[in-house]
Design a protein around this ligand. Structure first.
Ligand code: TYD
Length: 133
């Protein structure tokens, strides 16, 4: 399985719900960057890249979407919705997000600052690098 989830604890009471994510505890890496994706237009597919070193965890806090994960050999589809769990996006996993609901908000925790040189944006290059281990 290349799909890996980190369980999040739902801290709810009669006022409503709360989820806490602690760097190096809830997710197993130090978080240097957080970004979020929202307002994705209907029919859009995005992502289309892998990272060489970056570790990420993706949490859907509203709505839903799907994400296809590909390690160069196996492809899996994960469904993200507002249940309390974070999807691991490890290095060398090609990923594409799609089927965004209108209200989908994805929060992504990343282990490093933004660095375009860590991206592999060409699928053929990804397949070659994945095969070289
Ligand atoms: P992009 O990688 O195309 O998004 P996605 O993977 O969801 O398809 O990123 C869109 C733009 O935002 C691109 O110009 C790079 C920039 N960007 C940053 O400046 N910082 C960031 O942390 C991220 C994730 C993207």
């Amino acid at each position: 399985m290349i799909t890996k989830w980190y369980d999040l604890q739902l801290l709810g009471d009669d006022r409503g719900s709360l989820v806490a994510i602690e760097s190096t505890k809830t997710i197993p890496f130090e978080t240097k960057r957080v970004y979020y994706i929202f307002n994705t237009k209907a029919g859009i597919r995005r992502g289309f890249h892998a990272h060489k070193e970056l570790k990420q965890a993706m949490v859907c806090v509203s709505g839903s979407c799907k994400i296809e994960l590909d390690d160069g050999q196996v492809k899996e589809i994960a469904q993200l919705d507002a249940s309390p769990k974070a999807l691991a996006i490890d290095p060398m996993i090609w990923h594409e997000m799609y089927d965004f609901s209108e209200d989908c908000v994805l929060i992504v925790l990343a282990s490093e600052h933004y660095d375009e040189s860590d991206y592999i944006r060409n699928y053929d290059s990804f397949i070659k690098e994945a095969a070289n281990g």
